[in-house]
Design a binder for this molecule. Structure first.
Ligand code: ATP
Ligand code: MG
Length: 256
């Protein structure tokens, strides 16, 4: 494989008459932590949705490990090695913490595995293997103590971490996080930053993240892409982005 691990080329997404994303070129080299930032409604989540097969790009290409994966379905993209979390937490609130990771652990989440998790029990060895892996991930992420609790009973910060454990169950090469520290208090954010850096080095992950917490983004990302109203306006190191006039203007104009 030559070139970057991941790339979008002139990616466009339109919803009816609305251009939500206009010509996004984004490169992520292996092992990097990349930020995608911009004011509310800028098209950040839309970019992740187009990359991971949740919405269909209207033009452009998504290239992963040299392969054109544009328009592939979400489960196929996940199996190729791109996992993500969602801005609005998507957990099975009535399942336990470990069961949530187990459901994700079967990369094509089928109804039958769901049944197995619920205790139908036809899947003996497979289920044990998946449970063991889920428990390992929960230990990594620091949630093993609450493995048997209902996901909905966890505090918000822990639910966000559980989402990351679920994504890791897919054995991703590239992990995409949509506002991972939103709603966390400052100490939870600091703790999450440490966790993410540990996962990044231990699991050799490449990471793309959307986040409004500028302190977090600036302290963890190697490079940052800024979009505003769907349009890419800047790309650079945290230092360059912090001093970029277009970026400053876009954020000052927020709330128009
Ligand atoms: N499924 C959809 N159908 C129609 N319009 C959509 C859809 N998803 C997003 N949009 C619109 O596309 C634009 C970009 O939305 P998006 O959610 O990508 O922004 P964002 O940068 O993630 O914002 P935030 O920081 O608030 O999460 C917005 O105008 C939004 O209303
Ligand atoms: Mg968003």
């Amino acid at each position: 494989m030559s070139g970057p691990l991941f790339q979008t080329q002139q990616l466009f997404v339109a919803f009816g008459g609305l251009s939500a994303l206009t010509g996004l070129d984004l490169e992520i080299e292996q092992g990097r932590i990349i930020g995608l930032i911009g004011p509310n409604g800028a098209g950040k989540t839309t970019a992740f949705n187009a990359i991971t097969g949740i919405v269909k790009p209207s033009a452009g290409r998504v290239i992963f490990r040299g392969e054109d994966i544009t328009g592939f379905r979400a489960p196929v993209i996940a199996r190729k090695g791109i996992a993500r979390t969602f801005q609005n937490i998507r957990l099975y609130g009535d399942l336990t913490v470990v069961e949530n990771v187990m459901v994700a652990g079967h990369s094509s989440v089928t109804y039958s595995i769901f049944e197995a998790v619920l205790g139908v029990g036809r899947f003996g060895a497979d289920e044990r293997r998946i449970r063991k892996k889920a428990e390992h991930l929960l230990s990594l992420i620091g949630l093993m103590e609450v493995a048997g609790e209902r996901a909905s009973a966890l505090p918000y910060g822990s639910q966000r971490k559980l989402e990351v454990a679920r994504a890791l169950a897919l054995d991703p090469i590239l992990l995409l996080l949509d506002e991972p520290v939103a709603g966390m208090n400052p100490s939870e954010t600091i703790e999450f930053r440490e966790l993410l850096l540990r996962l990044h080095s231990d699991l050799k992950l490449t990471i793309g993240l959307i986040e409004h917490d500028m302190g977090f983004v600036m302290s963890i990302c190697h490079k940052i892409k800024v979009i505003d109203h769907g349009i890419p306006i800047a790309w650079g190191t945290p230092h360059e982005i912090r001093h970029n006039e277009k970026v400053i203007a876009a954020y000052l104009g927020q709330g128009d």
